[in-house]
Design a protein around this ligand. Structure first.
Ligand SMILES: CC(C)(COP(=O)(O)OP(=O)(O)OC[C@H]1O[C@@H](n2cnc3c(N)ncnc32)[C@H](O)[C@@H]1OP(=O)(O)O)[C@@H](O)C(=O)NCCC(=O)NCCS
Length: 164
């Protein structure tokens, strides 16, 4: 992997993350203005105001190349949840996504959170393959219809963490 640093996110990272949400999703179907608006709505500034401590950014030469927005579940004391992840198209396949996830797994383990969940949109094949490579299983074995409202299916992932 080329030199890169990963650190805890801060609210001041929000502008760079918002810009990345507009421009990094290059897969067909995810590269439309409507899809970019939907991502922007999914990650408003509040995530960096209230969940920065469990979120992370990857930087190279002072520039954002990856981010992970995640939190410890308030209602499920043994779970962590990854809300969003992105790696710059020019930095994919280098292990940055893996490093961001493993950092969060370590935070969860240290906080005695034994399970991590996240969801993705059916059709996002890269995301599906990435999560399977990261040791996630598809909860229920298939996409869940109407998971996030009428007509909005999701694939729900779950990964058990090893006991330390
Ligand atoms: C998904 C994403 C975060 C992966 O980041 P990345 O830094 O390229 O991934 P890594 O290099 O760390 O790869 C980690 C593992 O996932 C696998 N993987 C990553 N991209 C893959 C692809 N396109 N096809 C198949 N496997 C892939 C790798 O093989 C690797 O497995 P290994 O370590 O066992 O070899 C990145 O492609 C991305 O930002 N995509 C667009 C945004 C998105 O779809 N986010 C997820 C849904 S919100």
């Amino acid at each position: 992997m080329r030199p890169m640093t990963i650190r805890t996110a801060r609210e001041t990272d929000y502008d760079a993350i918002a810009e990345a949400l507009q421009s990094w999703w290059t897969q067909p179907g995810f590269d439309t203005p409507a899809a970019a608006r939907e991502r922007a709505a999914l990650v408003p500034r509040l995530w960096l105001q209230h969940f920065a401590g469990t979120s992370a950014v990857a930087e190279r030469d002072g520039k954002l190349v990856g981010f992970l927005v995640a939190f410890f579940s308030a209602d499920r004391p043994d779970e962590g949840y990854i809300h969003f992840v992105g790696v710059s198209p020019s930095a994919r396949g280098e292990g940055i996504g893996r490093a961001l996830y493993e950092r969060f797994f370590a935070l969860c383990s240290a906080a005695e959170r034994r399970r991590v969940r996240c969801v993705t949109t059916p059709g996002n094949e890269v995301s599906l393959r990435f999560h399977l490579a990261m040791g996630f299983a598809v909860d229920g074995g298939d996409a869940k219809p109407d998971y996030d409202g009428p007509g909005v299916a999701r694939i729900a992932f779950v990964r058990e963490l090893d006991a330390p």
